[in-house]
Design a protein around this ligand. Structure first.
Ligand code: SAH
Length: 291
């Protein structure tokens, strides 16, 4: 099912006003509403509402009515977001993606890796995670920052997909990494990708829904847990996830739309973690939490 984003493009102050008006209008309904800065040099902001594509006519009608009445100078625009189907479409020929020191690339772009880069080879394939999605890129950036600034001696990548985040973590830090996915296709692809990147020795893979597997007990607790899944499953997983985190551990969560972040953060506050920071990319957020 695809997601759509309906938005207006305006100043920061006006975007805030539109966001509040949207929150009043759509109040209790389960849509994500957010503002984000689109162009720093020009001071352009957007206020957006996200929803499932089949609800677009209804959302667009109500948003359009609001704008017409209260913000007549603005125009509602739309964008279809990349499918959150876990099986990625064919991404062949896509450009390499840079996120901090990491450069995620296909085999046709091996020569783009520069001396100081950590190159990650991921072929477009059947599992999610080529780096082109804002959530993967957000996680890669944050993994780079956390590994630079904190002592981390082991890591878990829950919902590994193509294995991209586990591979990045292992390549940068040489620590042991556990990577799991609910989908056996993903685990198989991740195993191949780990081998292609020469890190299959350091990454332990398993197919498991959530934390239902002995691998977590055998290798945990973890100093760093990364989970790029989606807001709802992440909220459900909060108690289990925190149980597998070491005493001064760090958690990186993504797959969360901007407007859903407070719900996710409060679920993890309830499980004993503190919010450290949130980064934004294309309407998606990546959240860092600590004990
Ligand atoms: N880590 C990759 C892939 C993210 S896509 C990246 O950042 O790009 C999310 C992955 O989580 C999918 O491969 C999906 O199969 C997996 N997943 C979804 N729910 C899960 C659950 N409850 N337990 C484990 N994995 C799950």
């Amino acid at each position: 099912m695809s997601e759509i984003r309906l938005f207006v493009s305006t100043t920061e102050a006006m975007a805030e006003q539109v966001m509040h008006a949207l929150s009043d209008l759509f109040g209790e309904e389960d849509y994500a509403i957010a503002t984000q800065e689109m162009d720093e040099s020009k001071g352009i902001w957007e206020a957006s509402i996200y929803g499932p594509a089949e609800q677009e006519p209804e959302i667009a009608g109500r948003f359009g009515g609001l704008v017409e009445k209260s913000f007549p100078a603005l125009k509602v625009e739309r964008e279809v977001l990349p499918d959150i189907d876990w099986i990625a479409k064919s991404l062949e020929g896509l450009k390499p993606v840079r996120a901090g020191r990491f450069l995620v690339h296909g085999s046709h772009d091996r020569d783009k890796v520069r001396a100081n880069d950590i190159g990650i080879l991921i072929e477009a394939g059947q599992a999610f995670g080529t780096g082109h999605h804002g959530t993967t890129a957000g996680c890669l950036n944050m993994i780079g920052d956390v590994l630079k600034s904190r002592r981390v001696s082991n890591a878990l990548d829950l919902g590994t997909g193509s294995g991209v985040l586990a591979i990045a973590t292992r390549l940068m830090s040489r620590i042991p990494v556990v990577a799991t996915d609910i989908d056996p296709v993903a685990t198989r692809v991740a195993t191949q990708n780990a081998r292609l990147n020469g890190v299959n020795d350091g990454i332990h893979l398993a197919t498991a829904p959530g934390f239902h597997h002995a691998i977590f007990r055998e290798h945990g607790p973890f100093d760093l847990i990364i989970a790029n899944i989606l807001a709802r499953p992440l909220m459900k997983l909060a108690p289990d996830l925190v149980r597998h985190l070491s005493d001064d551990g760090t958690v990186i969560l993504s797959g969360i739309l901007a407007g859903q972040r407070w719900k996710v953060i409060s679920a993890y506050n309830g499980a004993g973690l503190k919010h450290r920071r949130t980064t934004w990319m294309n309407g998606w957020v990546t959240i860092e939490l600590v004990r």
